[in-house]
Design a protein around this ligand. Structure first.
Ligand code: ZN
Length: 406
């Protein structure tokens, strides 16, 4: 390996963290064949802030025309992608459309290095600014690229009158960027937006999560209510997440509060429509009505139900399972609804908290000032003890659903 090649590889390695930040610096390239204006002098790949699209900018040594890229001239300007499996490439090619004269052509590369299975990259915007640049912006999906690590290498190819690159010569000229090796790039996954639901799994009824991790799920029942907003402020202060088992008939007029809960990463869950004892079964209508109220307020359909009064039964479990939901009881109960005093609530929660605990409390259904005050101490104390405060879905490893699959 020449010293120049080594220096180039080092440059490539150093560029990796920048690529991970999706703010790749351009890779400049010395002029390898000064006689040809189609030599690449710089290539830059970047991902948009929302991670949905990519931009490639390739600059050549001298001016060229769109028509020069026709297959007849032997000129090509492409980026090769090396994901975990298979090799693909995208090339700028003439479109034949006067309004948008360039398009982006995607191909797989076979074992001999030949392209096959070519397709146009849908909705790619390909331009030729300043005479020497090919600029292409396209959605990551449309170029069949997946979020994660990949490597790339750009090239231009041409034939000209030099002996080495003469028309018909088997030895068509190519300039690679980088000249040796490939450049690592980590494509970020697009933000999936807010979840639209969750997927129940495992045993229908659960009282706690796995004890192997220092995670605890705080849950608040009977809301939304008077202290819900202050509780959200408190949770937000500590970047803690909770699960709100709400009573369907309390949802009316509080859509903004529910939307805030969802946006701040909390879990919206079902505590029946009217806080009736449903252990007699026949509860699917009651539960479905609550899910519908939460869905119409937020677009999110719950997969968690908590029986009012903790009154569970085989009949109720079977109703819950038929709605593809989990029934969530608890392992720590400070009886905060009896207003035993702030200190008693603190002592009972902190005394009972273990890895995997599901803690029951209430953000409505009576005066909840003691509960709110208690959590001003409970939350920072649990965090100080090394616990992560998570939603029940996270504690149980349940998947969230999004509009666009992630
Ligand atoms: Zn309740």
């Amino acid at each position: 390996m020449t010293r120049a090649a080594l220096a180039l590889l080092l440059t490539v390695a150093v560029a990796a963290p920048a690529a991970q930040a999706a703010q790749a610096a351009p890779h400049s390239d010395a002029t390898d064949v000064p006689e040809s204006g189609f030599d690449l002098t710089s290539v830059e790949l970047s991902q948009s802030k929302d991670a949905k699209s990519m931009t490639i900018e390739m600059v050549t040594a001298k001016d060229w025309k769109v028509a020069d890229l026709s297959p007849a001239t032997g000129r090509q300007i492409c980026v090769l992608f090396y994901p975990a499996k298979g090799i693909t490439r995208v090339c700028g090619v003439p479109s034949g459309d006067a309004d948008q004269p360039l398009k982006l052509r995607w191909s797989r590369i076979d074992a001999k290095g030949h392209p096959f299975g070519s397709k146009d990259v849908a909705n790619a915007v390909v331009t030729h600014p300043g005479g020497r640049t090919l600029a292409a912006t396209f959605t990551v999906n449309a170029a069949f690229l997946k979020p994660g690590r990949l490597r790339w290498r750009a090239f231009s190819g041409w034939v000209d009158t030099q002996p080495k690159c003469a028309p018909g010569s088997a030895n068509q000229c190519k300039d690679f960027v980088p000249d040796n090796g490939t450049v690592p790039l980590t494509l970020k996954a697009p933000d999936p937006g807010l979840p639209i639901g969750c997927t129940a799994a495992g045993a229908t009824e659960r009282r706690s999560g796995p004890a192997g991790q220092k995670k605890i799920a705080l849950t608040f029942d009977d809301g939304p209510g008077d202290i819900t907003e202050q509780l959200l402020n408190l949770l937000d202060q500590y970047h803690a997440h909770a699960t709100f088992f709400m009573v369907g008939q309390n949802v009316a007029g509080r859509a903004a509060l529910l939307q805030r809960e969802l946006k701040e990463g909390h879990m919206l869950a079902n505590h029946s429509w009217n806080h009736a004892n449903l252990s007699g079964g026949g509860a699917t209508g009651n539960l479905a009505q609550t899910n519908a109220a939460i869905r119409s307020a937020t677009g999110f359909t719950p997969c968690l139900f908590r029986p009012p009064y903790g009154a569970t039964s085989n009949a109720l479990r079977s109703d819950v399972a038929s709605l593809h939901m989990n029934s969530i009881l608890w392992s720590v109960d400070p009886n905060d609804w009896q207003t035993p005093g702030t200190q008693a609530i603190i002592d009972r929660v902190l005394g009972g908290a273990r890895p995997g605990s599901i803690v029951l409390s209430h953000d409505a259904g009576g005066p909840r000032g003691q509960t709110l005050e208690a959590y001003r101490t409970i939350i920072p104390t649990l965090i100080q003890r090394g616990y992560k405060l998570v939603t029940v879905t996270e504690l149980l490893g349940l998947k969230l659903k999004y509009k666009q699959p992630v």
